[in-house]
Ligand binder design. Structure first.
Ligand code: ARG
Length: 467
């Protein structure tokens, strides 16, 4: 009661920075459910580490560089229009990208042209640069719309392109330390002594740099700029080889801080039990999916509580919260099936279930016109309340464990347990009845609401006062 929303706040990370690399979609490619997972998990980890006293820096490492931009420029000049891109940037760029890749099959010349345009871009050609900037800006407007809907923000949008002028240094250091070897014209770092079979490819035979070269430059930049105590990368399982290489190369370069870097991996999302595939049409389009979740939440509110003020805002909190919560309650290394019905349900282990428990308590407290007091003595004598008290007592430890394991699911499961414990209590006890315990019951309810709301906040999920 005294600490309020600060309950569970810890000081372990005092004065220390953590960089969190999250979301990081690629321009001109779809924002996948993998990017959604990274966004939601990364944002929750940021909240959790802040609760542990760290300062966090959320970095959206946009995929905004690479040969695909050359191809895109060729496709745009051949088939695109300014109006179409401006109307629907991500879709239109994706269409152009898909089309040129298909046409390359019959016309390999196009590939060569794409390579030339990318080279122009790398050499700072004004027309290429202008197009690149425009593709990036337009895509970012659309990504930001999605981030707004999700309620997620970033401290930096420095993507791959940002490191263009920072890679020479990496190559110089590697050369100086004698770590580069030539392999079929390319420059590689051998990592066998780390048990890594494939050498890290730093520079291609045509001098082009790679994804990992940019990540090496990014790691150096982040260490210098933020002097991080930990650097976290929230990226799907399928990139674990990449991050092993990244850490090992840095270690070879003599940077012991590479031990402070963690790849926070996560499993694949399926739909109807099947792998997602753009080609096979098994896709999840995020914006329409979010809108649908909000609609369903709205329909349930309409049925349960048609006179609720602010219905739209509550439906948004419930719909978006449902998607996030379902993702976050899954042990992160496991995947899950994207099942909107299950996500938005008010029954079972869902976000709406926890939000509803919180709103129910708020309604009880309003009815009782209860004001908690940190000086009062409260006393309770039943098993059901004891269960709640034990859980409340556990909150700090759960936050700490979630941070240690980089796993928000511990918080989500905790929130479910607490909501269930309260609902059991509520079923057994007439909280509002006259009784010597009445004030204590209300104080317990109040404390439960504070902690439920805070647990949801750590997950990036809002807790409406009324539902
Ligand atoms: N853009 C990449 C992708 O979509 C993810 C980038 C992750 N972050 C990083 N620093 N490599 O696959």
């Amino acid at each position: 009661i005294e600490a309020g929303a600060d309950y569970g706040q810890q000081d372990e990370g005092h004065g220390q920075n953590i960089t969190i690399d999250l979301s990081s979609p690629n321009i001109a490619k779809p924002f996948s459910v993998g990017h959604l997972r990274s966004t939601v998990i990364g944002d929750a980890l940021s909240n959790i580490f802040r609760k542990m006293g760290y300062n966090t820096i959320k970095i959206n490492h946009l995929g905004d560089w690479g040969k695909q931009f050359g191809l895109l420029m060729v496709a745009y000049k051949k088939w695109g229009s300014k109006e179409a891109v401006e109307a629907n940037p991500i879709d239109e760029l994706l269409k152009l990208y898909v089309r040129i890749n298909a046409e390359i099959e019959n016309d390999p010349e196009l590939d060569e042209e794409g390579r030339k345009w990318f080279k122009k871009l790398e050499d700072g050609d004004p027309e290429a640069t202008e197009l690149w900037q425009w593709f990036r800006d337009e895509s970012l407007v659309e990504f930001k719309r999605l981030y707004d809907a999700l309620g997620v923000s970033f401290d930096s949008y420095n993507g791959e392109a940002f490191y263009n002028d920072k890679m020479d240094e990496v190559v110089d250091i590697l050369t100086e330390k004698g770590l580069l070897q030539e392999s079929q014209g390319a420059q590689v770092v051998n990592l066998e002594k780390y048990g890594i079979e494939h050498p890290a490819l730093i520079k291609k035979s045509d001098g082009a740099t790679l994804y990992i070269t940019r990540d090496l430059a990014a790691a150096l930049y982040r260490k210098r700029t933020y002097d991080f105590a930990k650097a976290i990368y929230v990226v799907g399982n399928e990139q674990s080889a990449h991050f092993k290489q990244l850490k090992a190369v840095l270690k070879e370069m003599g940077y012991d801080w590479s031990d402070d870097m963690t790849h926070v991996a996560f499993g694949l999302v399926t739909k109807n039990g099947k792998k997602l595939s753009t080609r096979k049409g098994n896709v999840i389009l995020l914006e329409p999916t979010i809108a649908e979740a909000v609609n369903r939440a709205q329909a349930q509110i309409e049925a349960k509580n048609p006179n609720l003020p602010n219905k739209e805002a509550v439906a948004h909190a419930v719909g978006v919260g449902a998607i996030k919560f379902y993702d976050l309650k899954t042990d992160r290394m496991n995947g899950y099936d994207f099942d909107l019905d299950a996500m938005v349900s008010f029954e079972g282990e869902t976000g709406p279930y926890v939000q509803y428990a919180h709103a129910r308590i708020q309604s009880i407290l309003r009815k009782a016109d209860f004001t908690p007091s940190a000086d009062a003595t409260y006393s309770l004598n039943d098993v059901e309340s004891w269960e709640i008290i034990k859980l409340l007592q556990d909150f700090s430890r759960v936050v700490k464990r979630a941070a240690e394991n980089y796993d928000p699911s511990l918080i989500a499961k905790y929130a479910i347990n607490l909501a269930q414990a309260f609902n059991k209590y509520y079923a057994h006890t007439r909280i509002l009845d006259e009784s010597p315990e009445r004030e204590s019951r209300l104080a317990l309810s109040y404390s439960t609401a504070v902690v439920l709301k805070e647990a949801l906040r750590l997950l990036g999920v809002d807790a409406p006062e009324k539902m």
